[in-house]
Ligand binder design. Structure first.
Ligand code: ZN
Length: 113
Protein backbone atom coordinates (compact mmCIF):
# COMPACT_ATOMS: atom_id res chain seq x y z
CA UNK A 1 0.00 0.00 0.00
CA UNK A 2 1.38 3.41 -0.94
CA UNK A 3 1.92 6.27 1.50
CA UNK A 4 -0.77 8.48 -0.06
CA UNK A 5 -3.46 5.81 0.34
CA UNK A 6 -2.26 5.01 3.86
CA UNK A 7 -2.34 8.67 4.88
CA UNK A 8 -5.83 9.12 3.45
CA UNK A 9 -7.10 6.08 5.36
CA UNK A 10 -5.50 7.31 8.57
CA UNK A 11 -7.01 10.77 8.06
CA UNK A 12 -10.48 9.28 7.63
CA UNK A 13 -10.05 7.07 10.64
CA UNK A 14 -8.75 9.91 12.79
CA UNK A 15 -11.73 12.11 11.87
CA UNK A 16 -14.07 9.28 12.83
CA UNK A 17 -12.27 8.76 16.16
CA UNK A 18 -12.30 12.50 16.95
CA UNK A 19 -16.02 12.57 16.24
CA UNK A 20 -16.58 9.57 18.50
CA UNK A 21 -14.50 11.20 21.26
CA UNK A 22 -16.42 14.47 21.16
CA UNK A 23 -19.71 12.57 21.38
CA UNK A 24 -18.39 10.59 24.36
CA UNK A 25 -17.29 13.79 26.07
CA UNK A 26 -20.84 15.13 25.64
CA UNK A 27 -22.19 11.89 27.13
CA UNK A 28 -19.83 12.23 30.08
CA UNK A 29 -20.86 15.82 30.66
CA UNK A 30 -24.56 14.92 30.70
CA UNK A 31 -23.95 11.91 32.96
CA UNK A 32 -22.02 14.13 35.34
CA UNK A 33 -25.00 16.47 35.35
CA UNK A 34 -27.50 13.60 35.93
CA UNK A 35 -25.36 12.17 38.68
CA UNK A 36 -25.19 15.50 40.49
CA UNK A 37 -29.00 15.67 40.34
CA UNK A 38 -29.43 12.08 41.54
CA UNK A 39 -27.09 12.59 44.49
CA UNK A 40 -28.88 15.78 45.47
CA UNK A 41 -32.28 14.07 45.39
CA UNK A 42 -31.56 10.90 47.30
CA UNK A 43 -28.33 9.02 47.94
CA UNK A 44 -30.20 5.73 47.88
CA UNK A 45 -31.90 6.40 44.58
CA UNK A 46 -31.57 3.14 42.58
CA UNK A 47 -30.89 5.30 39.53
CA UNK A 48 -27.52 6.07 41.06
CA UNK A 49 -26.20 2.59 40.32
CA UNK A 50 -27.53 2.69 36.75
CA UNK A 51 -25.68 5.94 36.26
CA UNK A 52 -22.40 4.55 37.50
CA UNK A 53 -22.82 1.59 35.13
CA UNK A 54 -23.35 3.99 32.24
CA UNK A 55 -20.42 6.03 33.43
CA UNK A 56 -18.13 3.01 33.40
CA UNK A 57 -19.33 2.13 29.91
CA UNK A 58 -18.77 5.62 28.50
CA UNK A 59 -15.39 5.76 30.23
CA UNK A 60 -14.33 2.43 28.69
CA UNK A 61 -15.43 3.61 25.23
CA UNK A 62 -13.53 6.86 25.68
CA UNK A 63 -10.36 5.04 26.68
CA UNK A 64 -10.75 2.72 23.68
CA UNK A 65 -11.10 5.70 21.33
CA UNK A 66 -8.09 7.44 22.90
CA UNK A 67 -5.89 4.40 22.49
CA UNK A 68 -7.07 4.09 18.87
CA UNK A 69 -6.05 7.71 18.31
CA UNK A 70 -2.61 6.94 19.75
CA UNK A 71 -2.36 3.92 17.42
CA UNK A 72 -3.22 6.15 14.46
CA UNK A 73 -0.41 8.53 15.42
CA UNK A 74 2.02 5.61 15.66
CA UNK A 75 0.85 4.40 12.23
CA UNK A 76 1.59 7.86 10.77
CA UNK A 77 5.16 7.52 12.03
CA UNK A 78 5.40 4.17 10.26
CA UNK A 79 4.18 5.83 7.05
CA UNK A 80 6.92 8.46 7.49
CA UNK A 81 9.62 5.86 8.11
CA UNK A 82 8.43 3.57 5.30
CA UNK A 83 7.42 0.65 7.50
CA UNK A 84 3.65 1.11 7.26
CA UNK A 85 1.86 -2.07 6.21
CA UNK A 86 4.79 -4.30 7.18
CA UNK A 87 4.05 -6.90 9.84
CA UNK A 88 6.30 -6.12 12.79
CA UNK A 89 6.46 -9.80 13.71
CA UNK A 90 7.29 -11.58 10.45
CA UNK A 91 8.21 -8.67 8.16
CA UNK A 92 5.71 -9.60 5.42
CA UNK A 93 3.17 -7.21 3.95
CA UNK A 94 -0.11 -6.85 5.77
CA UNK A 95 -3.05 -7.50 3.42
CA UNK A 96 -4.73 -4.35 2.08
CA UNK A 97 -8.15 -5.62 3.20
CA UNK A 98 -6.89 -5.80 6.77
CA UNK A 99 -5.36 -2.33 6.58
CA UNK A 100 -8.62 -0.97 5.22
CA UNK A 101 -10.44 -2.35 8.25
CA UNK A 102 -7.67 -1.47 10.73
CA UNK A 103 -5.26 1.05 9.19
CA UNK A 104 -3.28 1.07 12.43
CA UNK A 105 -2.70 -2.72 12.41
CA UNK A 106 0.87 -3.60 13.35
CA UNK A 107 0.71 -7.26 12.40
CA UNK A 108 -0.84 -9.36 9.67
CA UNK A 109 -3.79 -11.63 10.41
CA UNK A 110 -1.61 -14.75 10.69
CA UNK A 111 0.61 -13.16 13.36
CA UNK A 112 -2.20 -11.34 15.16
CA UNK A 113 -4.26 -14.46 15.81
ZN1 ZN B 1 3.31 -11.38 10.35
Amino acid sequence: MDAVTATRMLDDREREVEHRLSRLRDDEASLRHDRADATADDEHDPEGSTLSGEWAQVDALRRGAESERAEILAARERVASGTFGVCEQCGRSIADARLEARPFARRGIACAT
